[in-house]
Design a protein around this ligand. Structure first.
Ligand code: ATP
Length: 229
């Protein structure tokens, strides 16, 4: 899969007169990218810039050369976002319909939608949830459904904001296995450092800036040392 380049150029995000991100410049080309750091450091904000959910106050973000401030609709088709709270994402009363919803918006016909829904549910080992009512699912089951809805749309980049917080060990290991297998780029914001094991690159965000940028092991060591200080 040809992965789009993501570029942040001198990005500052100001919220209520406070710089939540400060002059961040990055080029992201790798397939597995982690974002770690303390609570409130700016990780979610950084991840939301990538599909135009948050726009820079200063500077610009480009996905495959397209500015997120100008091409948000097109970029959102190519950059899927899995929210921390799946309730923000699940729309339809039935699980299979929820996964089909995004596919319908993409213009897929009923037959292809059904096939993709079944295929994605099976891939994530949640075929047994297909006919369940979304609101009766446990938090972890909802998180898996939200993940399935994004994977079904086959975007070339998937951004995950703390995807494992509600998952039990089995689903967490399942998540890790799925992310390893995805042909897409995965950008994962997490406090769960173990899932970053095989990642190509990890960004450590501290106080609105990227304090460390490198392979997973030294990045985790940097963050651990910073946290202990
Ligand atoms: N829309 C907003 N309105 C007000 N403050 C905001 C908004 N978005 C972010 N912030 C503030 O910006 C800072 C960074 O938030 P962000 O959610 O990016 O942090 P985070 O690193 O993801 O934290 P956590 O690990 O706790 O999820 C926080 O202080 C947060 O309160």
């Amino acid at each position: 899969m040809n992965l789009p380049q993501i570029r942040l150029e001198n990005v500052t995000v100001t919220v209520e007169n406070r710089d939540v991100l400060k002059n961040v410049s990055l080029t992201l080309d790798e397939r597995r990218i982690g974002i770690i750091g303390a609570n409130g450091a700016g990780k979610s904000t950084l991840s939301r810039l990538i599909n135009g959910l948050v726009l820079p106050t200063q500077g610009a973000v480009y996905v495959d050369g397209l500015n997120t401030a100008k091409h948000a609709k097109k970029i959102r088709r190519d950059v899927g976002f899995v929210f921390q709270n799946p309730a923000n994402q699940i729309i339809m009363p039935l699980v299979a319909d929820d996964i089909a919803f995004g596919l319908k918006n993409m213009g897929l016909g009923a037959k292809e939608r059904d096939a993709r829904v079944q295929q994605t549910l099976a891939q994530l080992n949640i075929a047994h949830l297909a006919d369940r009512e979304s609101h009766t699912l446990s938090g972890g089951e909802q998180q898996m459904v939200a993940l399935a809805a994004v994977i079904a749309m086959q975007p070339r980049t998937i951004v995950f904001d703390e995807p494992t917080t509600m998952l039990d060990l089995r689903n967490r290991l399942g998540f890790q296995r799925e992310v390893a297998r995805l042909p897409q780029r995965a950008i994962v914001v997490t406090h769960d450092l173990e899932i970053l094991e095989d990642f190509d690159r990890v960004l450590v965000v501290t106080d609105g800036q990227v304090a460390f940028d490198g392979p997973a092991d030294p990045a985790i060591a940097h963050y651990t040392q910073w946290s202990r200080a």
